[in-house]
Design a protein around this ligand. Structure first.
Ligand code: ME8
Length: 524
């Protein structure tokens, strides 16, 4: 059994989600869906980061308890993810009891080991980013990342020894080229490491909303130390601690070694420096990959709750559907780069790619099949046009590598190139000009329609991880089940050969219900 663990950042509950949060989550969901289809045992986790000063302050501003704020806002993330068809296996909250226990256990372990020690922190802190800052990194007294005023802090604190693991981490990063993706981000991390690391403060005493330090309850554990450990809690760290590598504990390590952490570039340092060092200190293996995506910008500024320039995903979903949003976000931007969210561009893509190219291909093919074949896709004996299907097979064969490199925009570009090749094939062959009353005419018509429908099935497969609802509708129209490993059996690197042929070997009637033949994407 091959395992695959994929995660999103866990999101702060100071405000409702925007499309930046939707983006990371859709990326992880698409990968999870592809891996499941490829036969992996997948665990996909997302959730909310609920502790810390930022949440405590927001709750005070709203005159509610932090707990109440977290209870209310985390449901907004859950509701959004439901609308977006996010197939997570666990939605973790850092206030979940099993997580609190992970954090306290880890803290205690490191304290006993001597990798955590008590001292005093004096320096700068950015509350919105929940980040300690060095004096020299400040830009006119402000946080270099978000531009907001940094606060001066002086308080007792526990520290994690980072220097002890610095060179081990450098070696690890150099010898594991797939650890940080895209590769151009690796250099940033390496130069940060080469500057030398100060030990990391991992507890606070000036507020209370956090997990208490075991045995020293004046301190609450630093929100990032708490948050990063969610990746262990969700896959059974508790069982691993209790039973080691047996009685279910072994699945913990199996999953964790395959971890792919999908994060925004803003939090790459936490994931590629602090997190690995925490894992070294805990004697655990490192995740397989940290994939840092870029930012969605609005008028060239990072979309963010505090800047107030956010796009509400709920508006887009209610107007265009979840799949349109999923498609746009993953199609538009190459891996790791920023994207400018442009509403006109969104509508253009919707109308041209989804309504015209894909939607029309499906509806006009179904109309022709109804008209000429009584809704029956001719069997393999009708023959097919191989260049088109070979192109699809080649695309399918390259998918694993593309997914491994998070190259969604390329996958979707190719999928829609294929859709347009099928449209062109139909236009060039003009089946409506053929006479089905004549033997030759009927033969050619059968071949064209068969080719079109096998192609539509391929297209449905290509888009499935990104647009599961649309793919489901196409499969329902084709009268075949949803894509699952058991009925698709696509082996790693093996492509699709035979997969469409298998189902469509014999003549196969599509679903002629009006509902099944409904428009996929109404024009806007
Ligand atoms: O940082 N474009 O939570 P957060 C793209 N709790 N992605 C964006 C984005 C944008 N404009 N804005 C936010 C935290 N994101 C911590 C994480 S993980 C152990 C703890 C996405 O609510 C992106 O993934 O500020 C970014 O890293 C994340 O949301 C930050 O969410």
């Amino acid at each position: 059994m091959r395992y695959f663990f994929v995660t999103t950042p866990i999101y702060y509950v100071n405000d409702k989600p925007h499309i930046g949060h939707a983006y990371s989550t859709i990326i992880a969901d698409s990968v999870a869906r592809f891996k499941r289809l490829s036969g992996y045992r997948v665990f996909f986790m997302t959730g909310t980061d609920e502790h810390g000063l930022k949440i405590e302050r927001e709750a005070a501003a709203r005159a509610v308890t932090p707990r109440k704020l977290a209870d209310d806002v985390h449901t907004k993330f859950k509701d959004l993810f439901k609308l977006l068809n996010i197939s997570f296996d666990r939605f973790i909250r850092t206030t979940d009891p099993d997580h609190e226990s992970t954090v306290q256990t880890a803290f205690k372990k490191l304290l006993e080991k001597g990798d955590v020690y008590l001292s005093e922190y004096e320096g700068w802190y950015c509350v919105p980013d929940e980040t300690f800052l060095t004096e020299k990194s400040l830009v006119e007294g402000n946080c270099p990342q978000c531009g907001r005023a940094a606060a001066r802090v002086k308080e007792k604190s526990y520290f994690l020894k980072l220097g002890k693991y610095e060179s081990r981490l450098l070696d690890y990063i150099e010898s594991h080229p797939g650890f940080i993706k895209p590769s151009f981000r690796k250099n940033e991390v390496v130069s940060f490491l080469k500057e030398g690391l100060n030990d990391l403060s991992i507890s606070r005493t000036s507020f209370v909303w956090g997990i208490p330090v075991p045995g020293d309850e004046n301190h609450v554990i630093y929100v990032w130390f708490d948050a990063l450990l969610n990746y262990l809690t969700g896959i059974g760290f508790g069982d691993y601690l209790k039973y080691g590598n047996k009685n279910g504990g072994e699945t913990f390590l199996r999953f964790f070694k395959t971890a792919n952490h999908v994060v925004g570039k803003d939090i790459l340092k936490f994931h590629s420096v602090y997190w690995p060092i925490m894992l070294f200190a805990l004697d655990l293996p490192l995740p397989e990959t940290i994939f840092a995506h870029g930012w969605w910008l609005m008028d060239n500024k990072k979309m963010s709750k505090s800047l107030g320039n956010v796009v509400d995903p709920l508006d887009l979903i209610s107007e265009y559907g979840a799949d349109a949003l999923r498609y746009y976000l993953l199609r538009e931007v190459p891996p790791g780069l920023d994207g400018d969210f442009n509403p006109d561009n969104f509508i253009t893509r919707y109308n041209s790619d989804l309504a015209n190219d894909l939607g029309n291909l499906v509806s006009r093919s179904a109309a022709m099949l109804a008209k000429y074949m009584g809704g029956e896709i001719p069997g393999a004996s009708a023959g097919e046009d191989n260049p088109l299907l070979s192109f699809a097979d080649d695309l399918a064969g390259g998918l694993n590598e593309r997914y491994d490199n998070y190259e969604f925009s390329k996958i979707l570009e190719d999928a829609f190139r294929f859709v347009n090749m099928v449209n062109k094939y139909i236009n060039d062959n003009a089946p409506w000009k053929l006479n089905p009353e004549e033997e030759d005419g009927l033969k050619t018509l059968k071949k064209i329609l068969r080719t079109a429908f096998v192609s539509i099935y391929y297209a449905s497969y290509f888009i499935y991880p990104f647009m599961p609802e649309t793919s489901g509708k196409i499969n329902a129209l084709l009268n075949v089940g949803p894509f699952e490993f058991e009925n698709v059996k696509i082996e790693r690197g093996g492509g699709l050969k035979g997969f469409a042929g298998g189902i469509f070997n014999r003549a196969h009637k599509i679903n002629m219900d009006e509902k099944a033949r409904g428009v996929l994407f109404p024009k806007k």
